[in-house]
Design a protein around this ligand. Structure first.
Ligand SMILES: *Cc1c(COP(=O)(O)O)cnc(C)c1O
Length: 225
């Protein structure tokens, strides 16, 4: 399949999964994950209609954003170090991986200095895995309270990278848990609309459970070398 065909295939599968859950394709944004992917392929995906790209490394993103040169949006989807917050604010419209108060404050400060508002998602460590970053479920509401006063960081929702299972159905409880966490936060007065969850092998289940952004690498660009 060409990149165009793969993008169309993913879009169709999102659409079917959305329909099964009584949702619409427009409610789910496709974020194409470009780590280790060549600029030519990224351009091809943009030409095929992909409007949002996600990068995991600031340095890689810097080169690619300039080289791709298309009118598309870039999100940070990898772990972000505080000392890269200024670069991140310049390159990305959204940081999907806010995992500490220090990072949130630094992004706010740097966005303020640049005269802009950066969008953010709070990364939740659903499996409470030590190897992964993210705020724990129990800390989420206090965390949201701590960042709600930041004027140049606009928190739009939650993101998670659940534990890996071959069988996508096994991930469903994690996706459901993230949606329930968001709904609970909203019941407490927050207004979080976004749920970034689901990758190449499990995005249909994520869409059925309410994902508003799916992060797809392999299914569009092929296996990473
Ligand atoms: C690599 C990556 C993805 C995409 O994974 P695929 O399985 O290739 O679709 C999604 N989200 C994050 C945070 C990633 O690092």
């Amino acid at each position: 399949m060409t990149i165009t065909e793969k993008v169309q295939n993913v879009a169709e599968r999102i659409s079917w999964a959305a329909a099964r859950a009584g949702r619409r394709l427009e409610d789910v944004k496709l974020v194409a994950i470009t780590k280790t992917v060549d600029v030519d392929l990224i351009r091809a995906a943009a030409d095929a209609g992909v409007r949002i790209f996600g990068e995991n490394y600031v340095q890689e993103a810097k080169e690619k954003i300039a080289a791709v040169g298309k009118d598309v949006e870039w999100h940070m989807t990898g772990h972000l170090q505080k000392n890269k917050a200024r670069d991140a604010v310049n390159m990305f419209s959204m940081v999907q991986t806010i995992d500490s108060l220090g990072l949130a404050e630094e992004l706010d400060k740097r966005a303020g200095a640049a005269g802009k508002v950066i969008l953010g998602l709070i990364e939740v460590n659903l499996g409470e895995e030590r190897s992964k970053s993210g705020v724990s479920k129990d800390e989420l509401i206090p965390f949201l309270n701590s960042v709600k006063g930041l004027k140049n960081l606009s928190v739009r929702g939650l993101m998670a990278i659940p534990p890996f299972f071959d069988e996508p159905e096994k991930v469903r409880p994690y996706f459901k848990a993230l949606r329930e966490l968001r709904d609970r936060a909203n019941a407490e007065g927050f207004s979080l609309s976004e749920l970034s969850m689901g990758m190449s092998h499990d995005f249909e289940v994520a869409v059925e459970e309410g994902a508003t952004m799916v992060r797809i690498g392999t299914a569009i660009f092929g296996e990473r070398g």
